[in-house]
Ligand binder design. Structure first.
Ligand code: ARG
Length: 587
């Protein structure tokens, strides 16, 4: 369906032309004075200069034409030359019915679907997920869903950090503890055991121990670096251990992400890109892009217009080892080859911005991507505690994701048990609402900004919070249920023209759905969806408080309201689905 602003603009275009003025002045926007009107056009002011006339004269002439439009119910020219409009109740209800009868709620599918890869999550194997990974997972998941709703082919890739010193450290520490394992026997030719020689909790303990020790013990670190090197050279026993580490880690990660309602199409990692490095480096050298500087192989990526220094992109260190940049470049090569995306979006901490500037420029310069492919960096800010510093445990350590979610769920559970001690499913409900609290708390901020993680505020059912949105949906569900309990049947009737202000205001909010979704996709901005559902929930609750829906005696009127409720619920549910959470049956 056409967006409502475009439809009204079309009416204004006709009116400007009919009145003898250029249609380019006919742009209609939402009113910034909702007390006076719903839509406005300020074009007469701009046109006044070209036509050398008083703006109010132009506005008057346009209004004379515009009053003929069936879409509008009130059109006024106001000094010095504004055109104020109110939409007609009939047209508004026909728009509502158009949305209601469309399975996409009036949001048209993208005309030219694109293949978009989202690189998000980015956990590091064998290290527990911490809150820093939370934002990438939450924002990336939402971007993926917003893209899918728009009709694009979106592929989510977790891009595991599974390549580097952490692997060598784990191998070394295991060797110290269990030297008898066959993985360390270079002469072993048999098959390696299927079962991993450690559990996830051991693995999570092994890494920090090894990492701490390597900081004090130079020989130990040297040995871990050697093990990393041998692993990367393909030493069989180490490769087999890597597989075990990956399997155990990934199983645990999948469980954690499932708790977050986050899932990935691809579980690829940095290690998958390694085979692409040699040919890529060779080509960079052959084409003359890469050159040796201070023993390292680099590609220049600075540009004349840079205001900040952009250092050369390092491809190989002096000892021939590859780097984070090399891996990301090779991953681009791999992605182009296997999935041919039109766009890759990286949802990563904004402190890594320079890394991505270098990688993107280098990829373009060396021709790793076609010109039409867009590479986007969606950098997010830090999640802080109430003290304004990065979120920590009470003891000051790095907060693990699992514990953070547990804290929130407990807080939610407490609230439910206080208000409704009779609830038998309090725990399940607390989990659903807790997740909404966390996700909405994060997504309602512009991604690039830091924000304060405030359990009390996020779990409150009042204000701009996840629970408030869920309450609104649950309220609608409960009215619908009561309606049926009264012995009435919900049939698919049309939504009648509104008769009250709050009803109209609710309808006007509903009309914005397609424009909001389109804009959220174009700007990769889930916070726009949050802002929208907050307004929509407010409009609904106002309507609810001013309307006796269930006590209404006029059955036709009541049936129409029920349809309006169903539509509101569908819009809200579609929105929270793209944000990555859901509503319970009761709260
Ligand atoms: N594993 C990295 C980290 O924890 C994030 C990976 C981001 N994605 C990428 N393609 N570099 O910092």
């Amino acid at each position: 369906m056409k967006k409502i602003l475009d439809m009204i603009t079309e009416e204004a275009v006709k009116a400007f032309s009919a009145a003898g003025y250029d249609a380019k002045y006919a742009k209609v926007t939402l009113s910034n004075r909702p007390d006076l009107c719903e839509y406005q056009c300020n074009g007469a002011m701009a046109a006044a200069k070209e036509y050398k006339k008083a703006p109010i004269m132009i506005a008057n002439a346009v209004v004379e034409e515009l009053v003929k439009s069936e879409m509008l119910e009130e059109v006024q020219a106001v000094n010095p030359g504004f055109i104020n409009m109110k939409i007609s109740a009939e047209f508004l209800s026909s728009y509502m019915n158009g949305m209601k009868d469309d399975e996409r709620l009036g949001y048209d599918k993208a005309e030219h679907p694109r293949t978009i890869m989202i690189d998000y999550g980015g956990p590091n194997v064998a290290k527990p997920l911490h809150v820093g990974h939370l934002r990438s997972a939450i924002i990336g998941e939402s971007i993926k869903r917003i893209g899918r709703l728009a009709g694009h082919r979106v592929i989510g890739d977790v891009h595991l950090g599974d390549w580097g010193l952490q692997m060598g450290l784990i191998i070394m520490e295991l060797k110290e503890r269990k030297p008898e394992l066959v993985y360390f026997d270079e002469n072993y030719t048999g098959v390696y055991p299927e079962e991993a020689p450690f559990t996830i909790s051991e693995l999570e303990e092994i890494y920090p121990t090894a990492s701490a020790r390597s900081k004090e013990d130079a020989a130990y670190k040297e040995a871990a670096m050697q093990a990393t090197f041998e692993l990367q050279q393909g030493r069989k026993g180490y490769q087999a251990l890597l597989q075990h580490i990956l399997n155990v880690s990934v199983t645990d990660l999948k469980r954690n992400y499932a708790n977050l309602n986050v899932d990935f199409d691809l579980w690829k990692g940095e290690s998958d890109a390694q085979p692409y490095i040699p040919a890529m480096v060779q080509e960079m050298k052959d084409k003359g892009f890469a050159y040796v500087s201070e023993n390292a192989l680099v590609v220049d990526v600075k540009e004349e217009t840079d205001t900040k220094e952009v250092p050369p992109c390092m491809i190989l260190k002096s000892d021939g080892a590859s780097l984070y940049t090399t891996t990301d470049l090779a991953t681009i090569v791999e992605r182009m080859k296997l999935y041919a995306p039109d766009e890759i979006v990286y949802v990563v901490d904004k402190r890594q911005e320079m890394h991505f500037v270098q990688v993107f420029r280098c990829a373009r310069k060396c021709g790793l991507v076609d010109e039409h492919v867009s590479l986007k960096f969606l950098g997010f800010g830090t999640m802080n505690g109430k003290d304004g510093k990065p979120f920590k445990t009470r003891e000051g350590g790095v907060m693990r994701l699992e514990y953070l979610l547990k804290d929130i769920n407990e807080e939610m559970l407490k609230k439910i048990q206080e208000t409704r001690p009779e609830e038998t499913e309090a725990e399940a409900i607390a989990k659903i609402v807790g997740l909404a609290a966390v996700k909405y708390g994060d997504l309602s901020n512009q991604a690039s900004k830091d924000y304060i993680f405030d359990v009390d505020r996020f779990t409150s059912s009042e204000g701009n919070t996840g629970p408030y949105i869920l309450y609104t949906i649950v309220r609608i569900k409960s009215i619908l249920k009561k309606y049926e309990e009264m012995g009435k049947v919900i049939c698919d009737t049309a939504i009648a023209p509104c008769t009250a202000e709050s009803e109209k205001a609710l309808m006007l909010e509903l009309t914005k759905f397609n424009a909001v979704m389109e804009n959220a996709f174009e700007e990769l901005a889930p916070h726009k969806v949050c802002a929208y559902i907050y307004d929509l929930a407010n409009a609904f609750n106002k309507f609810y408080h001013e309307t006796k829906i269930l006590a209404e005696e006029d059955a036709a009127k009541q049936a129409s309201w029920i349809q309006l409720l169903l539509l509101t619920r569908r819009v809200l549910e579609t929105c929270i689905d793209v944000l990555g959470f859901e509503a319970p049956e009761r709260m």
